[in-house]
Design a protein around this ligand. Structure first.
Ligand code: SF4
Length: 360
């Protein structure tokens, strides 16, 4: 399928600003062409390594430098992760996504432990996804051999606005990580966050960056910022349903075959609002009452919503075949002990510095 159309910022902004009924009709038409409109993919997110992160992402309560209620925890054990996988499966999720608050993966015992989690979960016949920060090509191959189905690495915002939010890692490194994942058969999950003070032009640029990837990411989370007290943008106003539905619809049009995922911020959205997002082309959600460290709707609420809307959960491996797990002793890719030079722009972001100082 050729989706190589080049979008300009003006075209995407005009699309985003169309009369809502026209935008919804266009997005829903694209959605129906490429997807079953009554099917929604459900994922469970598990924080396998919470807090204590060295980065300065302005939206994130897990950054060690900000004063939030998140307490740093050690890497979860393999057995506990398997139990979470069984729970996720029993509750109807087709995918489990493991998140670690790391800047990048480092070869060593912790990464070996994550590889073991991937192998174990893949044997439960559930799609396994990880979000572990920046990774090298060799590390991507090792995850792929373990049986990883998807790797999440969000671009967060447009390249221009990214610099207003994060100073400790560069946008190009994020794109490079996605390219490294693309060298394997792992699918790519990449999206961003709205409501961080960015303009509509910034939102358009973010979607254009995703739509310029060949192939498009198989999954694109659209997060609404959950402002967390103590973070630099913890006082932002909540994203409105209208902004969210426009963003989802525009994403659907630019990324016709991608699973557009409603992620953080769903607790602040009414059921009616969510119905509109599904109509506009969202076809994936996170289940469970916690998304890493921010709240998410109760699973029973989602079951009731699915019933009310006549939605059914997508089964695992409907879109792409299950990856075969290669056991550690038969692996072709091994730790190289690489020390990649991921960039650290370290420009000054005043509100990030202020949030850090408040802690002292
Ligand atoms: S978003 Fe990820 S990298 Fe950034 S501070 Fe949070 S855990 Fe760290």
């Amino acid at each position: 399928m050729n989706h190589s159309r080049k979008w300009t910022r003006d075209e995407v902004v005009s699309l985003y600003n169309k009369p809502l009924m026209d935008l919804l009709f266009e997005a829903a038409s694209v959605h129906r062409k490429y997807h079953d409109p009554n099917k929604v993919q459900v994922s469970t997110l598990v924080s396998i390594k919470t807090g204590g992160c060295p980065e300065d992402c302005g939206y994130c309560p897990q950054a060690a430098r900000y004063h939030t209620d998140v307490n740093a925890k050690e890497l979860m054990g393999v057995e506990e992760v398997i139990a979470k996988g069984l729970e996720a499966k029993a509750s109807g999720s087709s995918r489990i996504c493991m998140g670690a608050a790391w800047r990048n993966i480092k070869d060593g015992p912790e990464f070996d432990q994550v590889l073991e989690m991937v192998r174990s979960l893949n044997k439960l016949d559930i799609e396994v996804c990880c979000t572990l920060g920046m990774i090298t090509e060799n590390q991507a191959h090792r995850l792929s051999e373990a049986g990883l189905y998807a790797y999440n690495h969000n671009i967060d915002s447009s390249e221009e606005y990214y610099e207003e939010i994060i100073s400790t890692r560069g946008y190009k490194d994020r794109l490079q990580t996605i390219k490294n994942v693309r060298k394997t058969n792992i699918t790519v999950c990449s999206g961003g966050i709205i409501g961080m003070g960015e303009s509509i032009e910034n939102r358009a640029d973010m979607l254009i960056t995703l739509a310029s990837m060949t192939p498009h990411p198989e999954s694109a989370p659209i997060n609404a910022l959950v402002p967390v007290k103590g973070t630099p943008i913890g006082e932002m106003e909540l994203v409105t349903s209208w902004e969210m539905v426009r963003m989802v619809a525009t994403a659907r049009i630019l990324l016709p075959e991608t699973q557009v995922r409603l992620s953080a911020g769903r607790t602040n959205m009414s059921r009616e609002g969510q119905a509109l997002y599904f109509f506009a082309g969202a076809n994936s959600i996170f289940a469970g009452d916690q998304l890493l460290t921010t709240p998410n709707p109760d699973i029973n609420e989602d079951v009731k919503m699915f019933e009310a809307l006549g939605l059914v959960p997508q089964q695992p491996f409907e879109k792409h075949a299950q990856r075969q797990t290669v056991e550690a002793e038969n692996a072709q890719f091994h730790a190289l002990g690489e020390k990649p030079k991921w960039s650290r722009p370290d420009h000054k972001i005043q509100r990030n510095l202020e949030a850090q100082t408040k802690r002292k």
